[in-house]
Design a protein around this ligand. Sequence first.
Ligand SMILES: Cc1ncc(COP(=O)(O)O)c(C=O)c1O
Length: 346
Amino acid sequence: MIDLRSDTVTLPTPAMRAAMAAAEVGDDVYGEDPTVRALEERAADLLGTEGALFVPSGTMGNQVAIACHTHPGQEVIVEAGSHIYNVELGTMARFSGVQPRVLVGERGVFTADQVAAAIRPDLYYLAPTGLVCLENTHNAAGGRVWPLAAAREVLARARARGIAVHLDGARVFNAAVATGTPVRELARGFDSVMFCLSKGLGCPVGSVLCGSRPFVAEAQRVRKALGGGMRQAGILAAAGLYALDHHVGRLAEDHLHARLLAAGLATLPGLSVLPPETNIVLVTIEAGPDAAALCARLRARGVLASPAGAGTSARQVRMVTHLGISRADVERTVDLVREELRAPGE
Ligand SMILES: Cc1ncc(COP(=O)(O)O)c(C=O)c1O
């Protein structure tokens, strides 16, 4: 199978498995796992923060951050297509007692003026704004990179009003590699940053939440409260350390494959394709089968892709390149899509 559904489907390589098998471990709830500690120190160093916390998933990292930055009854400014708003089960309401304040961005990117206008004035009958969240890269916008200048304007405007800003940086290493910007520059100024090890970086499990020392101390308490305290988690952290050493630079290959896939698909009649900035290709079917039908046909031919928007889009298909996808896979996918678009009955 050529599996283009997500970069979460990557399997640990033999070398990553060897690093995991060799990991020195201890009980991390007692703070005794040296490999988890090493990963957290490495992540903090890379992102330029005082501390970092290993968490089981990106969702938990985002939600721990929201819980740490806010109080019940507050609002959290999010983008309409963001993962936190759409695909995390309303968890900010469930666990933190806060409500989303939704801004519609231009392909995932909102402006500092939009943020300033959405921050509630200090009136006793309004829900105070507790946090602003950005997503870089923006998944639903096709792996779009948040322009650094735009992010910095949002950070400055929020800071001027005393409001914290969290970065959902599930794929922030893709943004760093695509723009040639050190990841610590993309993280600078945020009050917390979550990045995922289990997406393009190719680990089986895990994300890291980075921030100041007091933030990480509180995040550790919230993680435990949510059931995210892990024991001999160094086996997983070893995969993270391996990925940070060996799988960051190679993201450029995934981006190249995404561009080749997009260019190939764009030549096919009936399709329009957003030029990808990183590893996510969004294909709109202007004429022909709908997204579910095309995905079903491709599955029968050995290619897995998904209707976009977590399965909600009738006419858009999402394809994601990752370390399990070769250039030959990309070429075969384009050929199979060409054949399936031509299939009789459509
Ligand atoms: C932008 C973004 N944030 C957060 C997450 C959540 O990560 P996890 O699946 O590890 O909970 C994802 C997962 O796809 C994502 O794309």
